[in-house]
Design a protein around this ligand. Structure first.
Ligand SMILES: [Zn+2]
Length: 115
């Protein structure tokens, strides 16, 4: 299993995507930044699945952004309309010539796909 140690000496294992968790019943949830540093986002107690989502939500991030953080690099897609990157499940890659995310899709449809 891949592990990382933060500057306080705590050991983290990868949870999903860019999110890592420290060991223990009570544990830290951290974001692996592009610089390679772990940034602790919060602390939780209980089942990792629930705690990770809770901590990410308390940071005020949208479901889309949370899905992006939890996805692997090869699972992300960029919306041609807003330029934001999301988990590929939230981007329509098939119905249009361009990749359009779920947030932009209603407007994109309305304006006509053909012009
Ligand atoms: Zn979009």
């Amino acid at each position: 299993m891949k592990t990382m140690v933060d500057k306080y000496g705590a050991t983290y294992t990868k949870y999903a995507g860019q999110i890592w968790v420290s060991a223990g019943v009570g544990f830290n949830v951290a974001l692996l930044k592009e610089t390679g540093e772990l940034k602790v986002l919060g602390f939780g107690n209980g089942e990792a699945e629930k705690v990770v989502i809770q901590v990410l939500k308390t940071n005020g991030w949208s479901d889309h952004y949370i899905a992006y953080l939890l996805s692997e690099k090869d699972e992300v897609a960029t919306c041609a309309v807003c330029g934001q990157t999301y988990h590929e499940n939230q981007v329509n890659l098939v119905d249009y010539e361009e990749d359009v995310c779920m947030l932009c899709e209603p407007k994109y449809k309305e304006n006509g796909v053909d012009n």
